[in-house]
Design a protein around this ligand. Structure first.
Ligand SMILES: Nc1ncnc2c1ncn2[C@@H]1O[C@H](COP(=O)(O)OP(=O)(O)OP(=O)(O)O)[C@@H](O)[C@H]1O
Ligand code: SF4
Ligand SMILES: [Mg+2]
Length: 390
């Protein structure tokens, strides 16, 4: 069993996941299909998220981020492992038993165009969690929805409009309003800004941070981009082929990465200063992500690792606490400076969150810091949102 990894483990963790595995069957074609293999989308992942904090989950397309997020909410059935919300083990709960739990947990989806039912008004979409859960807010649902609309920066007078009448950023605000309607303790944000323009990304991240401050929500923030994840995360987990390769505080991960894969990801983040950008060490990973239906033996990263040695192909490195609070799954962690890590120093966004001295930064500051190159947004199939509350 994997070590339990993550931010400080305590009984009060908003979410605690232990050795989570989600395998999808691979079936043969033909009239009588048989199970001929398994896609190991999530393969022994453990972490926890504290109330009011954000765990960023990053990795390449197909590494299992969304499946992790959906599994912890039981939107897909995990194969094994343990999931606890607020100290309560929900792993084996029936759909009926899960209903009250779903008030505590919500999801924000990547694609604001597909995540909202185009035939429903904004009022009906944001009000859906109240209806599904049978919650009667004081003053009525309409009043509660309009307050939520105002809170997320939408005009409450647009209550009867349809999603098509809103921009991408506004639609994501609708999705966020729906997610926070029942004041959940935990939200899975699955690539919530990947489909948005850079300027809008910063605004949405600011909104998520503000809501976290107000309601003490814990986020599992999924993204393929380390620069975006840095803006909101207190801790960051780097995932590769269904497994967590490294997990650390945001500060440690970006300034002292240990895993070769993390170094490679960091080296790909563009720096706005052209001179500094030229001096950076760039690590090009060879080959494609192997199939999670046939993951490499030993270290799953060994087929692409520039540090790999013979042992890596035969012996899987367990995730260990290399330094206090800094976990890594590698036989040969990189401790010397490679010049790949582009970002050091405090992040003003988190200064704001933790309430320490520091000014509240506006969207434009964030835009400058995030940069402009986010790479291609992955195409993830989108669930209809309201399923989460059923
Ligand atoms: N319902 C499913 N049935 C079979 N395989 C699946 C299913 N859902 C996901 N997978 C596979 O599991 C692996 C992980 O997929 P997942 O969507 O979790 O990755 P991801 O990291 O979120 O990728 P992206 O960044 O593209 O969104 C992929 O190989 C994917 O094809
Ligand atoms: S265990 Fe070996 S192959 Fe895996 S990341 Fe470390 S050095 Fe690379
Ligand atoms: Mg995904």
């Amino acid at each position: 069993m994997s070590n339990l990894i993550g931010p400080v483990i305590s009984a009060e963790a908003a979410l605690r996941v232990t050795d989570l595995r989600t395998y999808f069957p691979v079936r043969s074609k033909g009239l009588f299909p048989k199970t001929v293999g398994q896609v190991k989308a999530v393969d022994g992942v453990s972490f926890s998220v504290q109330p009011g904090q954000t765990l960023g989950l990053v990795g390449e397309s197909g590494c299992g981020k969304s499946t992790t997020g959906r599994s912890v909410l039981r939107l897909v059935e995990p194969t094994s492992g343990r999931i606890e919300f607020d100290g309560l083990d929900v792993t084996e709960m029936s759909s009926k038993e899960m209903v009250p739990i779903r008030r505590k947990a919500a999801m924000i989806f990547q694609d604001p165009y597909n995540a909202l039912n185009p035939r429903h008004t904004v009022g009906a979409i944001i009000g859906a969690p109240f209806a599904v859960q049978g919650v009667k807010p004081p003053g009525g649902v309409r009043k509660a929805v309009q307050e939520l609309m105002e809170r997320v920066g939408l005009n409450p007078e647009h209550y009867n409009r349809y999603p098509a009448e809103f921009s991408g950023g506004q639609r994501q605000r609708i999705g966020i309003a729906r997610a926070v309607a029942l004041k959940p303790k935990f939200i899975v944000c699955d690539e919530p800004v990947s489909a948005l323009d850079v300027s809008i990304q910063a605004q949405v991240i600011n909104l998520l941070r503000d809501l976290q401050d107000d309601f003490g929500i814990a986020y599992l923030f999924i993204a393929h981009d380390l620069a975006v994840v840095r803006q909101i995360s207190h801790h960051v987990a780097v995932m590769y082929l269904g497994q967590v390769m490294e997990l650390a505080t945001r500060e440690d991960l970006y300034s002292r990465p240990l895993h070769p894969y993390t170094h490679a990801l960091l080296s790909a983040i563009p720096i706005p200063d052209p001179r500094a950008q030229r001096q950076r060490e760039h690590i090009m990973l060879s080959g494609d992500l192997p199939s999670p239906a046939a993951p490499p033996l030993g270290c799953v990263f060994h087929t692409r690792c520039f540090q790999a040695q013979d042992i890596c192909a035969v012996e899987k490195p367990e995730i260990i606490e290399f330094e206090p609070g800094h976990k890594v799954a590698c036989h040969f962690p990189i401790v010397e400076f490679l010049g790949t890590a582009p970002i050091t120093g405090p992040d003003p966004g988190l200064t704001k969150q933790t309430g320490a001295a520091g000014e509240d930064r506006g969207s434009n500051d964030l835009i400058r810091e995030i940069g402009t190159d986010y790479g291609a947004a992955p195409n993830t199939p989108i669930d209809p949102g309201p399923a989460i509350w059923r």
